[in-house]
Design a protein around this ligand. Structure first.
Ligand SMILES: [Fe+2]
Ligand SMILES: [Fe+2]
Length: 473
């Protein structure tokens, strides 16, 4: 398994694709379909070169190369981290056995399903973000958007490679379907709800890359533990690219909060909308929305599917190998908080193995708290008393034990009328969305930035903020 990526072929790769002519031909047949999908569903803004990173190696250091690239000429390819000698299964009933280089027949359907679900999210986010380039607040942000988009395209390649290489005819059909379904399509929507929501403005984009890409990080983290070694190695490399997407989200929200805080101080008022800033309560509503729809991506709190995937060794826990237990969870118990019909909360003790989705979600929630802390620190520095909060995990949920209940951000179970009356304080209203949209005027001049967001403290790859990150036509 070469560390370096071969760029002399139609499809860049480090999987020695040329040694398997059938597979190579099949993927070369999929490539033009991907390109026409990208042309149709990818970024609407045409550019004449974007300062992008491209993976050149999968090793630890110097894995990426930066240069201006014409976006449709980006070299999407297949990159897996190196195979580890003697890697063993870390959990479940096969714990201790060598990992699988081929798909065991009995797990074929389940593994294919997991790969398709992951694969479906990657092009979905490109579709959701299609129009954002038309209103970018700076060339720096525009560049980051394109970087995220091309890498999500590459993540689709990563999953399609597995489908083609290991799942035969069915896998090839699923690879076609990944280009056929589209975000928000009434007839053939993407599989998961959050990936059918619009990413209509740049605050939503920062929230999406903070909360929804972060869900992706946790899902990839569980697949990285998989006993199916090619899946594990693919996800390990995807996680490397994913880190930048979360950086875009974290620092994006930082910069909005920073700018809003500056405007509040400067004008000595909380309502900064007339001054071209985004009021803090609107930012909070965006947090409430994006966080709650991202929690839905973790699935039901109790799940026999997740338990079966774990026992079979298909999908582990976050940082499975660092956990200090038997990695089989046969006797462990966990606690689930459940809303009762009388409006009170109940705690139920149950087998830990049935609560694996919740276990992963808890890790995610703790991670999300770190963002809230950062944003509150910015308010602190500006001596502003307002505090951002993550809403209760039962708030605004469509999946799991809280769906069908009305739960406030504080975690109070309320009736329909109270929910309807409170909704406009908790979630972005159409007026809020229209207002935020009204701020989204493109700023394409080098070194300039829109009114509602602060410039970044650092540029990309050591370049300054006023670097010519994007050449427009
Ligand atoms: Fe991704
Ligand atoms: Fe991502």
């Amino acid at each position: 398994m070469p560390d370096k990526i071969d760029y002399d072929t139609k499809i860049p790769n480090n999987v020695e694709l040329s040694s398997d002519r059938r597979l190579q031909r099949a993927l070369e047949g999929w490539q033009p379909k991907f390109m026409s999908w990208w042309g149709e569903m990818g970024p609407a803004l045409e550019t004449n070169g974007v300062y992008l990173r491209t993976a050149v190696s999968v090793g630890r250091d110097g894995w990426a190369h930066f240069d201006h690239v014409k976006v449709p000429e980006y070299r999407w390819g297949i990159f897996l981290t190196e195979r580890k000698e003697d890697r063993r299964i870390a959990f479940g009933e096969h714990k201790g056995e060598p990992v699988w280089q081929q798909v065991p027949g009995e797990y074929r359907a389940d593994l294919q399903r997991l790969i398709v679900i992951q694969g479906d999210t990657e092009p979905a986010s490109v579709e959701q973000q299609k129009l954002l380039g038309l209103t970018a607040p700076s060339l720096y942000d525009l560049r980051n958007l394109f970087q995220v988009n091309v890498e999500e395209g590459r993540h689709l390649w990563a999953m399609v490679y597995l489908l083609h290489a290991y799942f035969g005819k069915e896998g090839r059909e699923e690879a076609e379907a990944l280009l056929f379904r589209n975000s928000g399509s009434p007839d053939a929507p993407r599989i998961l709800g959050a990936f059918n929501e619009e990413t209509a403005d740049w605050l939503a984009f920062y929230m999406f890359t903070y909360f929804t890409d972060r869900d992706g990080k946790y899902q990839l983290g569980t697949l990285k533990e998989s006993s199916f070694d090619p899946l594990s190695r693919t996800c390990e490399f995807m996680l490397k690219e994913e880190a930048h997407h979360m950086f875009v989200g974290t620092t994006g929200v930082d910069r909005v909060v920073q700018r809003s805080a500056e405007l509040i101080r400067e004008h000595d008022r909380m309502d900064i909308a007339p001054r071209g800033g985004i009021p803090l309560d609107i930012i909070q509503k965006y947090i409430n929305f994006h966080y709650s729809v991202s929690l839905d991506l973790f699935g039901s709190e109790t799940s026999t599917n997740a338990a079966n995937y774990y026992t079979a060794g298909l999908k582990g826990r976050w940082q499975e190998t660092r956990r200090k237990d038997d990695h089989q969870l046969t006797d462990d118990v966990g606690v689930l908080d459940k809303p009762r019909d009388d409006g009170t909360w109940d705690s139920e003790e149950m087998q830990a193995i049935l609560l694996l989705n919740l276990d992963l979600r808890d890790e995610y929630v703790a991670d999300c708290q770190t963002g809230v802390k950062r944003w509150n620190r910015i308010l602190d520095e500006h001596e502003i008393g307002f505090r951002f909060k993550l809403p209760h995990p039962g708030f605004n949920r469509d999946v799991g034990i809280n769906s069908g209940q009305h739960i406030t951000p504080e975690g109070t179970i309320v009736d329909e009328a109270t929910w309807q009356a409170g909704k406009s304080k908790w979630l972005p209203t159409s007026e809020d969305l229209t207002f935020v949209r009204s701020l989204m005027q493109p700023v394409y001049e080098r070194g300039k930035i829109a009114s509602w967001v602060a410039p970044p403290t650092n540029g990309i790859n050591g370049k300054p903020f006023d670097f010519d990150y994007v050449h427009l036509t």
